[in-house]
Design a protein around this ligand. Structure first.
Ligand code: 3HC
Ligand code: NAI
Length: 695
């Protein structure tokens, strides 16, 4: 069938769209819809139409892949204008998702009905865009400015049930039989047959006026989003466009929307966000595990009920999967179970789930201190102390007590998973699952394939993580895998910058302004400086730049371990404010610089950001050279989902593309010249990328 077809049912024209998998609105669909409207206008046998989609969903938006190509007419605003201008009322019949341009088409229709359970939204802002086909002008005319702000600026979809309540849709088809799509079709024909044709022109949203909201509403939203999404353009442009809807006639509002849309469409921010959208989907497909059949995972066990173990347990329970939580002693177990209970209580308090749901989830987590309880478990995730011997002892126990086909995973941050697998009789079933803290909130998981891990084990956990709603990135074994290995290079540069004269607050502010969720020294204080200290003690000294961590080490040795001890790079007492330099630390930095013969100088924000980013990019290049990560896009996912890297910059590798890969190569070569080649040796991947101008 063509992507758009018309079937005549008595006096009703049925316009059907078919563009799998999500009916993205391609240029063919746009021209097909305009032609369909023209045909219906000319056909005297029909006096009304329904617009319905085949497959799993209504139209999920403009075809994003076309944004990088020369735009082909008709443009989407022309399509929505043509639909709305039709003299015969068109009813949008929604199932699955009606998103972005898909909802804008529905808003241009004269009526909208939906199948129960569908979702409607304008998520363009999440791709660094705004609804560019009349959505910012029609929605405020239908629901008012405040409701439009809430949907368009957040980008979050609403349920069909909520849409009926608000007036976004005019009818809801309940799920009653085993064939809901057939029911929806019958419901739609019946709905269309009962329309009062004399109302058609009144149903055109462009003819309605949008009421101006209370003074100050737009400024409140601007302020909120300046804080919530620092430096991100799209939310602000969405607010501007909605303000135009309530202050200008429709045609002028549409012109303003178009102007704002075009300014965002080619922007670096939008490209970065689109890059992440496709990277997430590619990561799900390109796992490097071929077609290995996944085994079902119906129950899991977590070893260690500390910070990570409790968070991981909650991630599984939240997806309805029973968890056995094993601790070394009953007191530690009780503390862990209490932590879980209080986290669920906080979730209820924040309105994220009901008391009953929280209770059900909590009951799915059962504590034990007895390995015999693990005999039937499908997947075990160890999250005990970061010490090889301790983990090896745990894995020996697991190997003894778990069924032969159970998968055994470790949440280690740095340790060699091959050495952990080696103590078991089933190294093919041992792998790394590196969750991020807090594990029940953070979406990223690095899935580490050790030398002997089987594809079946990988495929089984990847499928399971998808069920949990996680973003999985596969990685190979090395010290720190993808994320922590790069983070160490970033911290190295931070340490060297301090020795060379940058103050801690200056570094933190520079990187915070760049868009990082927190400055690196505030992060170090929060996680505890002793963790890195202990990790470095277990490392061969040739593996890291010792000079760069002298300040960190000296702080730990004087009992400044970060927030938990009341002081680290900053002080955390009543008299100090956030990110305020402590004279004692500045003095310590000076002393170490003198000891090391480093002459201090004034360093500007640009140099701080550039060196820290180049350190990440160069290490990432080596990670690609070694095959630890499968692609540059995977590395970006790790940084944006696990390390607070600003999503509107798309990750370090996308940033390098945006800066110009040849330019980045040149800057790294210059740093190799001035700082020495030990840590600034450009990777082969970067050299190749600079040649072909893409990763
Ligand atoms: N354009 C192009 N391809 C799209 C797409 C889009 N808008 N939406 C989804 N796809 C592709 C995905 O890349 C994926 O491709 P793959 O199979 O080759 O990897 C495939 O469709 C299936 O997508 P998902 O794996 O994401 O399927 P799910 O069922 O998990 O989710 C969805 C479906 C909720 C529709 C989700 O894909 C989604 O959120 N899509 C984006 C929606 C969106 O942002 N729409 C706005 C677009 S911008 C716009 O409309 C501008 C207008 O205002 C002018
Ligand atoms: P934690 O110290 O909070 O918890 C560890 C728990 O393991 C404690 O409750 C302890 O009683 C228990 N335990 C110790 N030995 C045990 C044994 N033999 N059997 C059963 N339980 C035992 O540590 P945290 O922070 O949860 O870290 C756990 C692991 O996760 C480490 O490998 C760490 O490197 C890794 N990790 C930590 C992250 C973090 O941000 N905290 C992030 C990602 C990984």
């Amino acid at each position: 069938m063509a992507v758009v077809e018309i079937e005549i049912r008595a006096n009703v024209a049925v316009i059907q769209v078919d563009n799998p998998p999500v009916n993205a609105i391609s240029s063919q669909i746009r021209s097909g819809l305009v032609e369909a409207i023209e045909q219906i206008e000319d056909n005297n046998a029909v006096d009304r139409a329904i617009l319905i989609c085949r497959g799993r969903t209504f139209m999920a938006g403009a075809d994003v892949r076309e944004f990088s190509q020369q735009p082909q007419p008709p443009h989407l605003p022309e399509v929505t204008a043509a639909i709305e201008a039709s003299h015969k009322p068109v009813t949008a019949v929604i199932h699955g998702q009606s998103l972005g341009g898909g909802l804008e088409i529905a808003l241009a229709c004269h009526y909208r009905i939906a199948l129960a359970g569908s979702r409607l939204g304008l998520p363009e802002v999440k791709l660094g865009l705004l609804p560019g086909a009349g959505g910012t002008q029609r929605l405020p005319r239908l629901l008012g400015a405040e409701a439009a702000l809430s949907m368009i600026v957040s980008g979050d979809p609403v349920s069909a049930e909520k849409a009926l309540e608000s007036g976004l849709i005019d009818g809801l088809c309940q799920l009653s039989t085993e064939n809901p799509l057939a029911d929806l079709f019958e419901y739609a024909l019946d709905f269309a047959q009962h329309l009062d044709l004399s109302e058609t022109s009144h149903r055109r949203l462009s003819l309605r006026s949008a009421t101006a909201p209370n003074a100050g509403l737009y400024d409140q939203w601007r302020e909120r989003y300046t804080k919530r999404q620092r430096g991100v353009d799209a939310p602000q442009a969405c607010i501007d466009a909605i303000e135009a809807a309530t202050s200008l006639p429709f045609d002028q509002g549409i012109a303003r929307e178009r102007e704002l849309f075009l300014s965002l469409r080619g922007s670096d921010q939008s490209q970065a966000l689109q890059h992440l959208f496709f990277a997430e989907r590619r990561a799900l497909r390109n796992t490097g595990v071929g077609t290995a059949q996944a085994r079902p995972i119906n129950c899991v066990a977590i070893i260690g009920a500390g910070t990570m173990g409790t968070g991981i347990a909650m991630s599984f329970a939240n997806a309805g999967i029973p968890v056995t939580l094993l601790e070394i002693d009953p007191q530690a177990l009780a503390r862990g179970m209490d932590r879980i209970a209080s986290q669920y209580a906080a979730t209820v308090k924040r309105g994220k789930c009901s008391q009953d749901e929280a209770e059900q989830r909590r009951e799915l987590i059962q504590g034990t201190t007895d390995y015999a309880q693990l005999a039937r478990i499908d997947l075990v995730i160890e999250a005990v102390f970061e010490k090889l011997e301790v983990k090896q002892q745990v894995f020996e126990q697991l190997d003894r007590h778990c069924k032969p086909d159970a998968i055994l995973a470790t949440n280690t941050s740095y340790l060699d998973i091959n050495q952990i697998a080696a103590v078991t009789s089933r190294p093919q079933q041992v792998l790394g699952l590196h969750f991020f803290s807090p594990a029940n909130i953070m979406k990223l998981v690095e899935v580490i394939k050790a030398d002997r891990t089987s594809d079946v084990a990988m495929s089984s956990v990847l499928q399971q993580l998808k069920r949990l709603g996680k973003v999985s990135v596969t990685a190979g074994v090395c010290h720190g895998f993808i994320g922590n290995r790069m983070y160490q290079s970033y911290q190295r540069e931070v340490g060297l910058l301090m020795l060379e004269g940058a103050k801690p607050s200056q570094i933190d502010n520079a990187l915070y302004q760049f868009g990082m969720a927190m400055g690196p020294l505030a992060v170090a204080d929060l996680s505890g400086l002793d963790i890195g200290y202990l990790m470095r003690r277990s490392l061969d000294e040739s593996k890291y730049e010792q000079r760069a961590f002298l300040i960190h080490d000296r702080l730990v040795e004087s009992d400044r371990k970060g927030r938990k001890s009341g002081a680290g790079f900053y002080r955390y007492d009543a008299s100090s404010t956030a990110n305020q330099d402590d004279p004692e630390v500045l003095e310590l930095i000076k002393t170490i610089a003198t000891e090391q013969g480093v002459e201090q100088r004034s360093i500007d924000t640009e140099e701080i950001v550039q060196r820290c980013m180049l350190a990440l990019i160069n290490e990432a290049g080596h990670i690609l050279d070694e095959g630890i990560a499968a692609s540059a896009a995977d590395i970006d996912l790790v940084y944006c989902h696990g390390y607070g890297f600003p999503k509107h910059r798309g990750g370090p590798m996308q940033l390098a593309s945006c800066w110009g890969l040849a330019q980045v190569e040149k800057q790294i070569d210059e740093l190799a010249r001035t700082q020495g080649p030990r840590w600034w040796n450009a990777s082969k991947s970067l050299r190749d990328a600079a040649q072909k101008n893409s990763w």
